[in-house]
Write a protein that binds this ligand. Sequence first.
Ligand code: B12
Ligand code: SF4
Ligand code: SF4
Length: 391
Amino acid sequence: MLRGSGFLTPEAARDYLFALAREEGFDAMGVAAADAIPEAGPRLHQWIAEGAHGDMEWMPETAARRAAPANMWPEVASVLMLGLNYGPDQDPRAILAERARGAISVYAQGDDYHELIKGKLKRIASRFVPRAGAAGTVEVKVFVDTAPLMEKPLAQAAGLGWQGKHTNLVSRDKGSWLFLGAIATNLALPPDARETDHCGSCRACLDACPTNAFPAPYQIDARRCISYLTIELKGAIPRELRPLVGNRIYGCDDCLAACPWNKFAALGREVRLAAREENRAPALAELARLDDAAFRARFAKSPVKRIGRARFLRNVLVAIGNSGEPGLAVDAGRHLGDAHPLVRGAAVWALSRLLPPAEFAALRAAHDTETDPEVRAEWRPAPAEHAGAHA
Ligand code: B12
Ligand code: SF4
Ligand code: SF4
């Protein structure tokens, strides 16, 4: 329906946005009023005050703007929340038993969703604005992931699903495998009804977490989350958590995969997000041999490329240390002279787990020239830790 002016009424504008979103392949959509999540801001501040964000310094830096959409953009009236299903074609936990192979989380096995979704959002916005109001009156801003916006509570307010006990958004008919994107506008659109919590007495996701990253239901301590440890953390993975990381080399899907609502999840339809064959179960030995150029080529257009070779190799070497495969020691040993201390340190740890103690001690003697204090500490861990490593 059009206004007398020839522009869309708020109801028609909402319908038009939904139609454009469906054309772009989005699977879930809804509108939230910009002021619909008053509880989210205080919880975000509390989370940061507890230090649960770890070294994601961009969190406290953006917290004031992130706490409410209007803090970031005072004119915002509504937010269109969109979900794109990336449901996998196999259980992502199967690879966890293949210890000589690396597990890349489902979301990172295909192309980078940030660029893909941003492109879709921009196309929707550019078609929407000219029909929605006179030139210069209707404004929109598009967001996916990296902007200071609390996408999960907004998506719950828009009716796309609810924040489950694992803190991610779960949908009754789509399960846990939804990427979120947002289009904010200064236009007041009719809002959708907020979704309610359907977790009930279930705690499957909490029990599935290998590192016990949930201090309480609905709360995550990112510092213990394998997704944080393998993607966001810049330094060495804390020693006590390394054995729990297993062969997960980029992200983790365990809490999402455990959710019983996934029985309603469909296969993702977006071909660019589909798993690349080489990313389903890559051999750790192959990954450990990538030099910088090969790493960039191997993970072109993949989210994995974002962490760079050093952090990636750190993850691969921790997985090698957890593999129980003495044959992989040679691949770890090759990195003892790496230019990056993060890589050298992880290589030392992997060898401490794979080599017999006498062989490791001989190697340590040969590397007594190491100058980096953190790598030196990897060579000479506290006695209890080292003894435990060979248990
Ligand atoms: C920072 C971040 C991370 C951090 C922190 C995770 C987290 N849960 O916040 C790390 C690196 C660990 C991470 C990991 C992952 N992430 Co992430 N991440 C983000 C990011 C950029 C910000 C999230 C945020 O604001 N966190 C701050 C906390 C305070 O906010 P919150 O989780 O909403 O906190 C709520 C609860 O704690 C709750 N709460 C607190 N107390 C209580 C008490 C009660 C009683 C109740 C009911 C609720 C409650 O209220 C808070 C406010 O709503 C978003 C993108 C975005 N801009 O939103 C993506 C995002 C959340 N990530 C996403 C994904 C896919 C993942 C991974 C699955 C990736 C992977 N496979 O490895 C994992 C999942 C780990 C997990 N269980 O959360 C998706 C989730 C999609 C969805 N369906 O929800 C998002 C939305 C990106 C996107 N655009 O699609 N991520
Ligand atoms: S992503 Fe993995 S490590 Fe992080 S909270 Fe979920 S199960 Fe735990
Ligand atoms: S696994 Fe259970 S508790 Fe966790 S999000 Fe799903 S329904 Fe909620």
